[in-house]
Design a protein around this ligand. Sequence first.
Ligand code: NDP
Length: 490
Amino acid sequence: METRLFIDGRYESASGDARFTDLEPATEATLAEVASADTRDVDRAVAAARRAADHGPWPRMSAEARGKILGRLADEIEKHARELGTLEARDVGKPISECVNHDIARGARNIRFFAALAETWTQEASFGAAKFLGADLRLANLTARAPLGVGAIIIPWNSPLMLGTWNLGPCLAAGNTCVLKPSELAPLTSIALGESANAAGLPPGVLNILPGLGAAGAALVGHPGVDGVAFTGGVATGRRVMAAAAESLKRVTLELGGKSPNLVFADADLKRSAAGVARSIFRSQGQSCVAGSRLLVERKIADDFIALVIAEIGQLRIGDPLDDKTDYGPLISAAHRERVDGFVSEARAAGAEVLGGMRGALPARGFYYPPIVLDRVRPESRAVCEEIFGPVLTVERFDHEDEAIALANAGRYGLAAYVWTMNGERALRVADRIRTGMVWVNSFFLRDLRTPFGGARQSGLGRQGGRHSLEFWTEAKLICMTYPEDNANG
Ligand code: NDP
């Protein structure tokens, strides 16, 4: 297992040989001692990325040539899917079936998708007319899309390989070079990407990987050699990233947290909706930015519906993330488990009812926390208003559509919403009025990579996906050519 920094195509120790300890959530044991980048390493990695951007072949290659190499990178990820999935499951605590079948598969697909999109992305041209120095001229305006240069990609711990490739796919496909900074809590599959990059033939310096603490991320954002920052993480950190990037007017995209509501109407297919709601919150133990952590349910069906959700919890197989049959693992850390429990204890003390109903007991070792439904919780409580990022579903009841929409729009987040109804007109009306970046109707988080992904309000800034990502990672450049209106030579 590689645990060092990856700079300019080589694995290296951190300056001063600094290391941090990476724990395995399911066992609480040390999984790895990982090299911890400091500002000197950030300087080295950015310098390597800068050299590759300014003097290397990568930005000057055809999109097709880059696509071939990126295709091989995707092949490498697929070839090692089981190993990478196992590493991700051990590092994050997510069930291996989810890691292999979803996250790692999506990792390869992210790379392939953006490489293909860059190949088929055509630029604009427009013709016009103007008078210049007494002559009537025709204008040919060409809009070129130049790579930005060096990208900094900072990701959280919950889905490292999927989120890393979601950003470095378009960054690299558009001809940029980059420095990837994974979270200290789960850096291992990101580090492993260096090996895949070399096997794929990615030129040195195009992809650099810096495991390290938050300070390394901050140094990267503030670095004068970085041209654009793609940040995925919490709102508070996102705010710091944006402020730091403002100093040098860097372009920033922010994929932040959420508190996404599930709106369940009495006319929904209740059994299917309950399964969907349970999946939206308990998948990845609720550690997902798009987790459907609030249940807004029509009062007349509320009790029956909650019973259906509890029955879904009863189906979850909790246990060792490395077991293919497990669908619910531990949380990322002891500190996070304590934080999640803090929300639950506070709500309980304020009169909330804690409902659960898992099959079997929690494993004795590991940062496990049970899936919980918090009923009778006050709408102004922290459990309802703040992102818990854990397996906790809060319940609020409504009597009519307007009230449901008002509840959904309360608070500062605006990432996603899920509407469960069999009435198509209602689905459209509600989706139209909800202030989130994404709305799914009668489904949870089905992805078409061409569509815009991102949050409204404090859930983010900018959009990723399809051409939105390629636009972020390129600078639109006008090249204006002129020619005379008349053919002077007859
Ligand atoms: P954090 O915001 O704590 O950290 C995210 C990344 O930023 C980590 O790599 C972290 O390093 C780094 N970092 C910390 N401080 C700074 C800084 N000042 N400047 C630059 N980088 C810094 O988030 P978590 O890792 O705890 O992840 C959970 C959050 O991520 C949740 O809010 C979740 O909703 C959000 N998220 C959003 C997604 C989206 O697409 N909208 C997708 C997935 C998660 P280190 O960990 O080493 O401190």
